[in-house]
Ligand binder design. Structure first.
Ligand code: DC
Length: 228
């Protein structure tokens, strides 16, 4: 008999570091990592490729229902996202994909299809999934629920440093305004708005390194695994 491994559900605002943290936690704790955001982005990428006709809610729902998405881990331990035989990991980070993903994520029929697929990934346990509604809607009964938060200023500073390192000229004020706009879009939308579940562990990552956050989460997983 194999022991059930936990579903670790992690949500948080854009820029809270949840994707990096969730990936590292999954690797170190021997769990599978799934980015639910990559699924919304993959619907957006497919719709962009099909052109504007693909933007009707019915067509978008059909794309979500039939999305040929799968995840693999490369030699460096990085999770890659595939649509059919194409590695779309980098394409999913494009600005136009980010913008369209935020719009299509508000369509209930798209969410319904993706949520069903997300639940199927976690049916046997043993996963770390991150997103906006994983600990509230997708897995309200997850063994471990975490809300990873950070102040808008801290998240804007992290993003602004990344952009500056990449040679991008955006000012800090512009980046902060963008972070706040994305927060409003995630937290105030009618369908599956971002919030912490009442029984989630909220971790504020202001001033904490990625390693420190991952170590904290590993402790939580190990405590769960330790027989009481
Ligand atoms: O986390 P991310 O930036 O890759 O997410 C992409 C978009 O999908 C973003 O607009 C938020 C949305 N999203 C969502 O609505 N629900 C999720 N569970 C995950 C992402």
């Amino acid at each position: 008999m194999t022991t059930r491994q936990p579903v670790v559900a992690i949500d948080g605002p854009a820029g809270s570091g949840k994707s990096t943290v969730a990936q590292l936690l999954a690797r170190r704790a021997g769990l599978q990592f799934i980015s639910s955001g990559a699924m919304y982005r993959a619907v957006a990428l497919t719709a962009l490729r099909e052109g504007t006709a693909a933007m009707s809610p019915e067509r978008l729902a059909a794309i979500a229902a039939a999305l040929p998405i799968r995840f693999t881990t490369d030699a460096a331990g990085t999770v890659r996202t595939w649509l059919g035989d194409e590695d779309v990991t980098d394409a999913l980070r494009r600005t136009d994909v980010t913008e369209v993903a935020a719009v299509i994520a508000k369509i209930p029929a798209v969410r319904a299809h993706l949520v069903a697929r997300q639940r199927a990934y976690g049916a046997e346990g043993g996963i770390v999934m991150e997103g906006r509604d994983i600990q509230t809607v997708v897995f309200p009964d997850a063994e471990i629920k975490v809300f990873l938060d950070a102040s808008a200023e801290e998240r804007a500073t992290r993003r602004w440093k990344e952009l500056r390192a990449a040679g991008s000229p955006e000012s800090y004020a512009t980046v902060l305004a963008d972070v706040r706009a994305r927060d409003r879009s995630d937290r105030e939308r009618a369908v599956a708005p971002l919030h912490a579940a009442p029984d989630a562990i909220t971790l504020n990552t202001d001033g904490l390194s990625i390693d420190a956050v991952v170590a904290k989460l590993q402790e939580i997983v190990e405590a769960w695994r330790t027989p009481r």
